[in-house]
Write a protein that binds this ligand. Sequence first.
Ligand SMILES: NC(=O)c1ccc[n+]([C@@H]2O[C@H](COP(=O)([O-])OP(=O)(O)OC[C@H]3O[C@@H](n4cnc5c(N)ncnc54)[C@H](OP(=O)(O)O)[C@@H]3O)[C@@H](O)[C@H]2O)c1
Length: 277
Amino acid sequence: MEKVAVVTGSSSGIGFETSLALAREGYFTYATMRDVKKADKIQKIADEESLSLKVIELDVDNEESAENAINTIIQEKGRIDVLVNNAGWGIWGTGEDVSVEEFKEQFETNFFSVVRMIQKVAPTMRNQGSGNIVNISSVAGRIGLPASTAYVSSKFAVEGLSESLRYELGQFGVNVIIIEPGVIKTNFFDSMKTAKKADEGGVYRDITIKVITGVKMMAEMGTSPKEVAQVIIKSLKEEKPLPRYIVGNDAAMFMESKKMKTDIEFENYMKKELYSE
Ligand SMILES: NC(=O)c1ccc[n+]([C@@H]2O[C@H](COP(=O)([O-])OP(=O)(O)OC[C@H]3O[C@@H](n4cnc5c(N)ncnc54)[C@H](OP(=O)(O)O)[C@@H]3O)[C@@H](O)[C@H]2O)c1
C-alpha cells in the first residue's frame, strides 16, 4: 500500500530536504508551503528523479488553509502515514523586549499550528491504527538561551505537547517523535525577526548582540539540513521510534553536558559558550 507523508514548510531548509527524502523512500509526499510560488526548485528535483511528490498550499497559521490542505489529501489518498510539523521561524529578543503580541505571533506558528495540524490528522491516523507525527523541536526546546526567549519558550511548549501526546495517541498505534536539531545551515537565521523593542536598543542591547553574533558564527558551521532529513527517515524505520532524536554534534554536546552537570554548572558552562562573562 502506498504510504502518504505530509510536510509543512517545504519551501526551504529542513522541510525541503525532508520532503525529498520521504519521497525518495517511496512515500507519496505532500510538500506543503504557504507560498507555492517557491515550489519550482523542489518540483524540478522531483520531476528529474520521478518522485511521487506534490506541492500544495498550506499556511499553518491559517485555519482554513490547513483544513483545505488536509481535506484535499484525505480526498486524494484516503490516508496519512506521516505528518512532519516543520514550519517555524524565530525572533531575537529578551523576555522583557519581546512584546506579548510578538510572543503570541511566535507561538502561533511554532506551537499553535503544531496543535492545529495534529488535531487535523489525528482522527485519520487513529482510524488507521497507525501513523507517525514528527515534531521539529530544537535543542532550544531543552535548554534555555538568552535573547531568543520567545523562540525557546515555543519549542519547550512543543516538547511538553509531544511528550503528553505520546501517551494519548500511542494507545491507538500513533507515534509522536521529537526531533531536536542543533544549529542547522538553512535560511532560518537570515529569516529571523528582531523584537521591536530590542531593535531600539536599551538595557539588553549588549547581551542580544553577543548572542546574535555567537549564534550566527555557529550557523556558518551548521549541520546540513540533509542530516536532519536522514535522522527523520531513520526514526520512521524503527519499529518503536524513540521519543526524541538529537541532530548535530553541537546539539549532542549540549545535551550531554546538560545531563552530566547540575543546573547551576550547566548555566555557567553555557555563559562561557555563548559569551565571555
Ligand atoms: N536552522 C536551525 O538551526 C534550526 C535548529 C533547530 C530547529 N529548527 C527548526 O526547524 C524548522 C525548519 O527551519 P529551517 O531551519 O529549515 O528554516 P527555514 O529554511 O527558514 O525554513 C522554515 C520554513 O518554515 C516555513 N514557514 C514559516 N511560517 C510558515 C507558515 N505560517 N506556514 C507555512 N510555512 C511556514 C517557511 O516558509 P517561507 O519560505 O514561506 O518563509 C520555510 O519553508 C523550524 O521549525 C525551526 O524552528 C531549525
